[in-house]
Design a protein around this ligand. Structure first.
Ligand SMILES: [Zn+2]
Length: 59
């Protein structure tokens, strides 16, 4: 099962979560706000810049 990394839109907390689905959003474990999936640079390059769905640029 793949591990995805999410970042909270509100408090900027990053956390990892095991998900069966390739979902783009999760809930922040700290504040409960919506969080979006982030993809590491290495993973993104392996994908050949084709996986744009769910990708968010780090701030
Ligand atoms: Zn949060």
């Amino acid at each position: 099962m793949p591990i995805y990394e999410f970042k909270c839109d509100k408090c900027k907390t990053t956390f990892e979560q095991l998900t069966k689905e390739n979902k783009n959003n999760s809930t922040c474990p700290v504040c409960g706000h919506q969080s979006h999936k982030i993809i590491s640079i290495s993973h993104f390059r392996i994908k050949g810049y084709t996986e744009e769905n769910g990708y968010s640029k780090p701030e």
